[in-house]
Design a protein around this ligand. Structure first.
Ligand code: GLA
Length: 325
């Protein structure tokens, strides 16, 4: 089956491109301060490329829906009660739900609506045993445009106890080119999770004060002397959980979510991968705002529970609101 391409347009001028392959956001265009449409999300030149073996090797998951468990799970698996579930893993660590996970499945287009608040609802069934996870899951990914806001909502139900942590892995560059170096970043988090050399949380919760992770006041992103962010932040009360401002386009993005954490990821580059308009980008080309539960929560009892039981509905809501400044 070939991946489908879908475009949603909002009356205020947002253009969103999606594919059912991985329920992936492939492009998002926003009018900048001059009214010029700016491509603010990193993607590939065409939808077929997302399915290529060459692309999968890079594991960037551009704009994809990530799960069953976003981020890293350590110890080769996790326990629910007396039962240990071994996951597919490399040296004891599983990343982003393992190989051929949700980001590489053809989701169904369940529902679609045009109009003032156009949306598409993708659905997928993930069978018990998938990469080692228990429970047959019914998954839904909804993308909706509302005025200047992109809303992404993930929901899931299960027929047996399991763990779940979904997120979207869009890489933003609000100038549509160049670098994120110098962009103004705000993160509503005074604490973050310490990670080890495998990027697995150690369990220690640290204060951002006097570290390169202090974005409690709007701060210009700078990468001098460190390799960038790949950091789980613990979110605090308050509607806006993070914001990013790029001065060339004048575009500001405000991120909200109902999730307890956000992983910020700033790759140095895309390696040999040829992304769309790759010639326009420089070092530290983009930043991900991955709204989610804490990585490795199934193995760390003091982290928020990631358990999903039959009869419950998992719900992850995130929104990206755009304004011109
Ligand atoms: C997350 C991880 C990173 C990296 C990217 C791309 O952000 O934390 O270490 O693996 O996904 O897959």
């Amino acid at each position: 089956m070939k991946p489908t391409e879908i475009q949603l347009n909002s009356p205020s001028g947002l253009k969103l491109d999606l594919t059912n392959y991985g329920a992936t956001l492939t492009r998002l265009q926003i009018p900048d301060k001059h009214g010029v449409l700016t491509d603010v999300v990193i993607g590939l030149a065409n939808v077929e490329e997302y399915t290529s073996e060459d692309y999968k090797k890079y594991n960037f998951c551009l704009g994809a829906t990530i799960g069953r468990y976003a981020g890293r799970i350590s110890g080769g698996g996790f326990s629910i009660g007396e039962n240990f579930y071994e996951l597919s893993h490399q040296d004891g660590v599983q990343l982003h739900g393992g190989k051929h996970s949700l980001d590489q499945q053809l989701w169904l287009v369940d529902q679609m609506e045009e109009g003032d608040t156009p949306f598409v609802l993708f659905s997928l069934k993930s069978n018990a045993g998938d990469n080692g996870y228990p429970g047959n899951l019914n998954l839904f990914a909804k993308y909706q445009l509302e005025n200047n806001t992109l809303k992404i909502t993930y929901t899931a139900t299960t027929d047996a106890p399991t763990v779940i942590n979904l997120t979207n892995h869009a890489y933003f560059n609000l100038d549509g080119q160049g670098t994120t170096h110098g962009n103004e970043l705000y993160v509503n988090a005074s604490r973050y999770l310490e990670v080890d050399e495998r990027l697995v949380p150690t369990g220690r919760i640290l204060n951002v004060e006097d570290t390169p992770y202090d974005y409690t006041e709007k701060t210009a992103l700078h990468f001098k002397g460190h390799y960038g962010l790949d950091t789980p932040f613990i979110l605090e009360e308050g509607k806006i959980k993070a914001s990013l401002y790029a001065k060339h386009s004048g575009i500001q993005m405000n991120v909200t979510t109902n999730q307890p954490a956000m992983v910020l990821f700033t790759p140095q580059d895309f390696g040999g991968l040829k992304v769309r308009n790759s010639e326009l980008f420089q070092g530290f080309p983009a930043i991900c705002f991955e709204c989610q539960n804490f990585p490795d929560a199934p193995n760390q009892p003091h982290f928020p529970s990631a358990l999903l039981l039959p009869g419950e509905t998992y719900r992850n809501e995130m929104s990206y609101q755009f304004e011109i400044k």
